[in-house]
Ligand binder design. Sequence first.
Ligand SMILES: [Zn+2]
Length: 261
Amino acid sequence: MGHGTSLSLSMSRLRAAAILLLGLLVVHPAWAQTPQLKPGEGFLTLDGDNKVHGWGDVKTERPLGEMAKLVWLKMAGADWASLDVYWDCRNPACQPPKGHGKVNLKKAFREDCDDAFLYWANWERKDWVEQQGEGITRMQLMTVFGPFVGNRLPKDGPLPEFTPEWMGRSDLLQASPEAFMAWIADPGTHGVLTQAREFLTGFFTVTFDRKKWWFKPGVCSQGTWVLAGNGSSHALLFIPMPETSKDAIERMKAVLGIGAK
Ligand SMILES: [Zn+2]
């Protein structure tokens, strides 16, 4: 009799454990299993408790490329949003054949209009220097961009002009996927993620468990980044190949396990 009791007790414990495990799988369908990565890819997740998990090559430094716009949102995004900035991009190099045309901050971020970001950055630079001087402006710039410029910019010196390399068009701004995710996890980046979500929700989103995912792809000279978020969790993927935005997002969905409809 004693045996039967202990057996049924452990069976009910087992069932409770199975139900708990099933619950976890339902809540975190993407991360309950090891992501299936291709060679050279790096993938990190940031859960609601601010815990980071990484798989694949997350240590190699990569140029930020188009992801540099996220750093610019931290530098000036709130200002630009409140000023309702706009720009008429007629630069064929920015978007063939005739440029992006009229863009506001949301559109410039979504469509990667470097021309607009560069114009706003230099216009802001002039304003900053007039208001507070070069020294303080440089200090603020280094506070925000410090994690990405490494030793490629002297610790002291003049305030640099904002050239395309400040928009990620070279190797000036770099981060390993791991370091980039640490920046994303920093409470100081919360406003950037909120702004990115606001700009991107409704475009390139999927609905899973009524949670909308947003995706921000960004090409760089060594491959393609994709940042994704759903309001509570975030994921960062580096693909060591140039991809179109659409393909990069599809790849992220596949790694997250939300690709199949
Ligand atoms: Zn443009």
